[in-house]
Design a protein around this ligand. Structure first.
Ligand code: GP9
Ligand code: MN
Length: 710
């Protein structure tokens, strides 16, 4: 008691008072963290970081008051800072209740076209415990007024102020290092706003976001329409006319895209312990109904999955650093596949078992023109139904049927799978696949999760056939990027039958092949194509198969089936691979001999030209995106996307309403079958649906990422 009294008396000193305010603010931040925000804490370490992260910035900001000599400045300033910081916290609390996301600076300033602000009244979003966010300020003010807290007229020494500021910076550095330990490249890659708040706190997030958006808006403000000229020239020169035979072979068909998470080409036709790893995909690969590519490369940078999505749906490259989705997805102008298909009369949707805010998809998809986004909130992801990145694949395909069947046909839909993601863990109940034994758990388990993914696609295909969707659809299947990073490739070498001691950079580069297949059930002329290409080439290829022109769009790749297709595959770091040569960090290898070469004369010139073209494509794509130049460009017949047309809540209700209003004209399979669900056609052996108890062997790993060797 005595001790408490003594402590309380300290509040009558300036240092004591600042300390009190810091503690109170820290406590209410924790209320926000644990009651209002969903930070998805997965282990005690993250819990610790969250406890600590409000401290550094609060000390820094509140400590500034100590630099004021006079009491009549010190107290009001401290209150002002506290009120502003509380306001920031509180508007985020309100915003989070509606959007499950944090407010960006451009949203606050009203710049962002995507977040149209709160839909209901903010009053409806308040909750009784909100009083906790403001109560401390009122109580302290009263205590000061009635002199229960004394006003201290004595200024603190300037050195004390400086010491407090330094302590705050030190604390922030420690905080940042802890964050980086748990989530390497946190700030360069910015996976998700929740991550930055989780590791660094709300103040740090807001400042960081403000700096970034300031930089972006400056680049945009200075951009001129004439900057498009050079880019247009490059693109027109690069354009490859479609192959006449294949143009329109899939006209008017549904487009079903299956994004194979972290799936590399070497898995195709691979046997481990005498078993095929992906027997179903192997079958599709050789089928006469499929055009498959065996020299197709991923071209992603730090934005990984989101880079793959960027390339496949906009025909432009990801950014040199970070993810285009998170950096520019909120308000960039795109002329992307979902909008192109929408305007050709298609319904468009994404099915994904992770939270909508990951890679800022919930905002970016609106600018791409997606009508529906069925994210984790649409599925039961409880218990053992999900792992680190969300709903398990078998469940994703099964649980999406109830949405898919209500979409008007033709549709353009994308399934983003997640189970085959680093660290490649599955519950023991999900697989009995016998893994190789390389001694590297990541490498070994990769085959197991790939096998699981293969099974989930097999189940989905069975449904497509039974429901009759298959014959009206073109299914495009691709691997988004590597699963095994370069640092583990030596361990993989054994499984590939290569001596690990001979493994080098050239081998790493060749291993960046991922599958690409266009499967058209019923088609008879498919084959495995050996053309070299990359992810940026997919959009013009798909458009041409659909009988849609790509000529009016600014796309950096070329149709893989075209005789004029450019076979130099550009990587994000300016390395490249062509059918004959591979360039890594400026070193040229001959693909034939797999040895380094030192070209001279004509060959040297030719290779330099190739490099120039690679550089130009990448940098033109970057200025197009970073300066948002597409806002100056109007492709013939294309209507600009208005993101405020889209809202991803209540997707099913929206689709059902449309069915009703179309009546007999409705083309959904639900309407086609006389308002009967096709769900019971779906067969899955997913154990999660057949039992209630959870598996005691499972290791729950949440929000981890393969960041090694990048
Ligand atoms: C998360 C999933 C994984 O939603 O798409 O992204 P990645 O880590 O592969 O970029
Ligand atoms: Mn991915």
């Amino acid at each position: 008691m005595e001790r408490l009294k003594q402590l309380w008396a300290r509040t009558g000193t300036r240092m004591g008072f600042v300390t009190l305010m810091v503690i109170l603010f820290w406590l209410k931040t924790l209320v926000a963290y644990f009651v209002d925000f969903k930070l998805n804490l997965s282990d005690p370490f993250q819990f610790l970081i969250v406890l600590l992260n409000p401290i550094a910035t609060t000390i820094l900001l509140f400590g500034l008051a100590l630099y004021f000599k006079r009491a009549r400045f010190f107290y009001p300033f401290l209150f002002l800072i506290d009120i502003l910081n509380t306001l920031l916290l509180y508007i985020n609390v309100i915003y989070f209740r509606e959007f499950t996301d944090f407010m960006t600076v451009s949203t606050m300033l009203g710049y962002s076209k995507v977040d149209q602000g709160l839909s209901g009244s903010s009053l409806a979003l308040t909750s009784p415990h909100d009083i906790l966010y403001w109560l401390d300020l009122v109580v302290i003010l009263v205590l000061l007024a009635v002199r229960r807290i004394r006003i201290d007229p004595r200024p603190v020494n300037k050195r004390v102020g400086l010491a407090v500021t330094s302590v705050a910076f030190l604390a922030f550095t420690v905080n940042l290092s802890l964050g980086e330990m748990d989530r390497p490249q946190l700030l360069t890659r910015t996976f998700d706003r929740t991550y930055v708040v989780k590791y660094l706190g709300l103040d740090a997030f807001t400042v960081y976001d403000g700096i970034k958006s300031g930089h972006t808006s400056e680049m945009r403000a200075n951009a001129k329409k004439s900057e498009l000229d050079g880019i247009l020239k490059y693109i027109h020169k690069n354009y490859a006319a479609p192959d006449k035979q294949l143009y329109g072979v899939a006209k008017k068909k549904n487009v079903i895209i299956i994004h194979l998470e972290s799936f590399q080409q070497f898995l195709i036709n691979k046997k481990v312990n005498g078993q095929e790893v992906t027997p179903f995909l192997n079958k599709l690969y050789k089928s006469k109904s499929t055009y498959a590519f065996d020299n197709f490369f991923h071209e992603v940078g730090q934005g990984k999955t989101s880079d793959a999505e960027t390339m496949l749906e906009t025909g432009t490259y990801g950014l040199p650093q970070g993810s285009l989705f998170t950096q520019l997805g909120n308000d960039n102008t795109f002329q992307a596949a979902p909008a192109i298909f929408d305007q050709a009369g298609y319904s468009t949707a994404v099915f994904h078992g992770n939270v909508g805010s990951f890679w800022n998809r919930n905002n970016t998809y609106k600018n791409l023109g997606y009508q529906y986004f069925f994210d984790a909130s649409y599925y039961d992801t409880s218990g053992d139904k999900s792992l680190g990145y969300g709903l398990k694949d078998k469940l994703l395909f099964n649980d999406s049927v109830k949405y898919l069947e209500h979409l008007q046909q033709p549709f353009y839909v994308k399934y983003l799978t997640v189970s085959n993601h680093f660290p490649f863990t599955l519950d023991s109940e999900d697989s009995s696949f016998k893994t190789p034994d390389t001694g590297d758990k990541t490498v070994d388990n990769y085959f197991k999760t790939a096998n699981y993914l293969d099974q989930s696609i097999k189940e989905f295909y069975a449904y497509l056939n039974k429901s009759g969707l298959a014959k009206n659809s073109i299914v495009m299947i691709y691997g988004d990027h590597y699963g095994i990073s370069n640092s583990s490739n030596k361990n993989l070498a054994k499984v590939l039958g290569v001596n690990p001691d001979d493994w080098n950079d050239y081998d790493n580069a060749q291993l960046q092949r991922v599958p690409l297949m266009f499967n058209m059930p019923g088609y008879k002329h498919g084959k495995v194509e050996h053309t070299y290409g990359g992810e940026v080439d997919v959009l013009p290829t798909l458009l041409h198969l659909m009988g849609m022109s790509s000529k009016q769009y600014l796309q950096f790749g070329t149709d893989l089936f075209s005789k004029e297709h450019n076979q130099v595959v550009a990587f994000r770091n300016r390395d490249w691979i062509s059918p004959d040569y591979t360039s890594i960090d400026g070193t040229i290898y001959s693909n034939k001999t797999q040895q380094e070469i030192h070209p001279t004369g004509k060959l040297k010139e030719k290779l330099e030209k190739m490099q120039d073209k690679v550089n130009q494509g990448l940098s033109d794509s970057d200025s197009l995106n970073q300066k948002n130049l597409l806002r100056f460009y109007n492709p013939k017949g294309f209507k600009a996307v208005d993101p405020s047309d889209y809202n991803y809540a209540n997707g099913l209700t929206k689709a059902e309403k449309l069915e009703k209003s179309l009546g007999l004209k409705s083309t959904s399979i639900f309407s086609r079958d006389g308002d009967k669900s096709t769900q019971d056609l779906y067969r899955t052996d997913a154990p999660e649906l057949n039992h209630k108890e959870t598996d005691s062997n499972r290791i729950k790993i949440t929000n981890q990422d393969d960041t090694s060797g990048k």
